[in-house]
Ligand binder design. Sequence first.
Ligand code: M6R
Length: 616
Amino acid sequence: MCGIIGYVGKNEAAPILLEGLRRLEYRGYDSAGLAVLDGGIIQRRRRVGRIENLYELLSVEPVHGSTGISHTRWATHGAVTEENAHPHLDASESLALVHNGVLENYRELRTELSRAGINFRSQTDTEVLACLIGLEIQKNGPITPESFRLAVERSLRRVKGTFGIAVIHCKLPGFLIGARRGSPLVLGIGSGEHFLASDVTAIVGHTREVVYFKDNEIAEITAEGFEIFSLTGSTGGSVEIHSVDFDAEAVELGPYPHFMLKEIYEQPTSLRETMRGRLSHEEASAKLGGLNMSNAELRAIERIVLCGCGTAFHAALVGEYILETLAQIPTECEYASELRYRNLPLPKDTLVFAISQSGETADTLAALRECKRKGHRALGICNNVGSTIARESDGGVYMHAGPEIGVAATKSFTSQILVLSLIALLMGRMRNLSHSQGLEILSEIEALPEKVELVLENSDYISAVAKKFARAPYFLFFGRQFNYPIALEGALKLKEISYIPASGHPSAELKHGIIALIKENIPSVIIAPEDSVFEKNLNTIEEIKARNGTVIAVTTEGCDRLNGIADEIFFVPPAPEYLMPILTVIPLQLFAYHIAVEIGCDVDKPRNLAKSVTVE
Ligand code: M6R
């Protein structure tokens, strides 16, 4: 949700800010803007629409200066207009501010400030904060870096809600303030220059040395240094400098037309990275030191709760089947947005996992906090190192899938399932799995990347089928047991990038109502590998065919029982039932991708969506 980037140094700020915005565009792309200090003047440029529009504006109306802030917006308060685009100025137009987050009490503050004579030019919560800071500055005499920071601090103490902000003042060139509560913010340390960004991907081309802001931290930043203070008055701990473990190339498209396709093709590599160093043949188990739990503590777990949103929730659903099958631990899945407000009765030996690629999803973070507050041990399964969920959880497992830029989650999904499989193996080996069973599971896990490569080799055929069906008005997806969540995920992928309505269902639910939808031009995609429920899925296929429906099936290589029945068949290599979802989802990712491309959709920046949902 919204991307922000700030720069202070010796170079021209605008090109750095624009490049950062381009990398952050996946966080929001309704409008974009920047403000740069030039000789005591704030030069601001804003445009509705994509970053290209801002590039165009700057080519006609350039800005110069080496202190600046910028923003790409995913609208929360106020329509998508130039007036509502960031940066926002205070009433005296002395400071500029960019903001990611939501200020919940902005209406009350706006009324108060309006009574004090301030005329607002936008409908945003952010402008209210800018004006609040402006008034605080006026109350306190001549501006200095310290008085500016104190004015920002006092204003932030008055707001409720979430923020990651960057602020500059016209009288303080070479000085930048950043602060966060609830929304991500990272400081990049360069040589004679510093950066602020809501995501390291924006600055990784300039530096890999970063400091992740903790909640309620505020920083004074200059070209030469920075100092971090606490917004709550607590004396801060030492500043931890992290080294980012990927380079600028990892966030470039390379030869691919879209990040989504790149990331689909990266899955053999991302899966290898997820399992790297975590498979112990000696113990016939998984090694997951980040869980921060002893064997005795893991052995005592009686129940597992998996939560997440969107695709991460679908991975949780697969995980439920895997954990119950391999480790025989009662497991339940909850949408994080439901769990955070639900009073779920849980035994004391419950282990909670918050699953999130970004590690910043507001609902998942809130669910994690609520579970921790209730005294449960809550762990994270995240991709973004140093993200809020990763830092606030009691431990966890990083996916190590590499940066995922495409708004539609792909490689993070398969890595999430793999992490859950490793957890199930570890916990299963403490309960019911023998050494030889553990070894067998390990060898199946190790075989996955090559099997994914084989599925990817079918891309041309999947693309041809996608083109054939791209104009269908609606798609139904069916799966059973381990592959029921894959039906949900296949439908979600299609909906979010092609805007074609689609729904996923347990196969057997067909006859309980959905069958009424079956007709020739509504294709049914059925995930039916040769497994323990294959015969049941075959019945579902027959029932659809008997009603003149069209069937696209996903099944196991070598299975000929759907020949002459299904209209199209996507094959995946054989694998045990519990790992099959990692393979069966891949044709569906490709299918959704090729349909979206065929009908001319912007695959990496789908309508209304943003990569990481940091607001409720
Ligand atoms: O970063 P997270 O994994 O927490 O994100 C959760 C969802 O917002 C995300 O999976 C979303 O559903 C994707 N757009 C799905 O492709």
